[in-house]
Design a protein around this ligand. Structure first.
Ligand code: SF4
Length: 307
């Protein structure tokens, strides 16, 4: 890639008069040796999986294998249909869709890891709800996924995108940043505004620990995806309104690395701290596994089928 930081990405966009998505598509085609059509088609396939996960989550109301979670997407959907949600109807829809995809993941269904399975609901929640709201064609959302991918690429190469390495700030936080930046571009904002949205969003999740109850990507992961979708909408709106990240977004990514590196092991997906070790968290773990923890037998931040 010809960029390794968000500032370099903006510079490329400005010098070449391209959007973030266009830069990413060109770079990916060059690096992979594939045609633009081929990589777009692959990304379109990922977007179809995302939409199907939203639909499946709402339609089938899946419960997780552990029996701990499921049904929250439907609850939010029904609540939003019957009453005026405090966050507004559109944000409630994004929230319900994000919960739906996360519930599909918890039920071992097919999702796209964006950037991980634990944070798989945020981008579909924001994208699918925005598509319905603004009447966008799939092709436009495919561009959005490339923009999100460029942002995720920079974060992954300068900090972390997994809870086991850098806490939930790295997973849910990164997904919020990716969704926010991409949404700014989808709504006609400049690359600079999109990058400010990333910094604004990431700042709001710095320090968020990874503490999944019983080592399962369910509690608190699913609701964090719901919150994440709403935060991404808010960050995009702030950036589109002209709010800037006073600390440059690349520096915020550096802080995420610093904070994640200093995080104790117990707050990095081991289920040895945080919510996982509350009296209720321990009780749930004991009911599921006896005295042991499932952590020893699980893959980092897995769950459903990733694509
Ligand atoms: S709490 Fe941990 S496992 Fe759950 S979404 Fe956050 S980073 Fe992933």
């Amino acid at each position: 890639m010809r960029f390794s930081s968000l500032s370099e990405l903006i510079r490329l966009c400005e010098e070449e008069g391209l959007s973030i998505a266009q830069v990413m598509i060109a770079e990916q085609a060059r690096e992979s040796g594939q045609s633009v059509e081929a990589i777009r088609e692959q990304m379109a396939g990922y977007y179809r999986v995302m939409k199907e996960a939203v639909n499946r989550g709402l339609r089938d109301n899946p419960r997780s294998r552990s029996g701990l979670t499921g049904g929250d997407a439907k609850r939010v959907r029904e609540y939003a249909a019957g009453r005026e949600p405090s966050v507004g109807g559109e944000a409630a829809t994004a929230m319900a869709y994000a919960l739906a995809v996360s519930e599909v993941n918890a039920s071992m269904g097919r999702i796209i890891a964006t950037p991980t399975a634990g944070s798989c609901g945020i981008i579909p929640g924001v994208f699918v709800s925005s598509q319905e709201r603004f009447g966008w064609e799939d092709e436009r959302l495919v561009d959005g996924l490339f923009a999100a991918g460029a942002i995720g690429y920079v974060i992954a190469n300068n900090s972390f995108v997994s809870g086991a390495e850098g806490g939930c700030q790295a997973e849910v936080g990164s997904a919020i940043g990716m969704a926010a930046g991409a949404l700014v571009e989808l709504r006609g904002g400049t690359p600079e505004q999109a990058i400010h949205a990333v910094g604004l969003a990431l700042k709001n999740s710095l320090g968020l620990i990874c503490d999944p109850v019983a080592g399962l990507v369910e509690i608190p992961c699913i609701v964090r995806n719901g919150f994440g979708a709403v935060t991404a909408l808010a960050a995009a709106d702030m950036a589109l309104a002209g709010v800037r990240s006073a600390i440059p977004s690349d520096e915020v990514i550096g802080v995420m690395l610093e904070v994640g590196s200093a995080m104790p092991d117990k707050h990095r997906e081991t289920a040895k701290g945080g919510l996982a070790q509350t009296p209720t968290g321990r009780k749930i773990m004991k009911e599921l596994y006896g005295q042991g923890t499932r952590h020893e037998e699980k893959e980092p931040d897995g769950q459903g089928d990733e694509a």
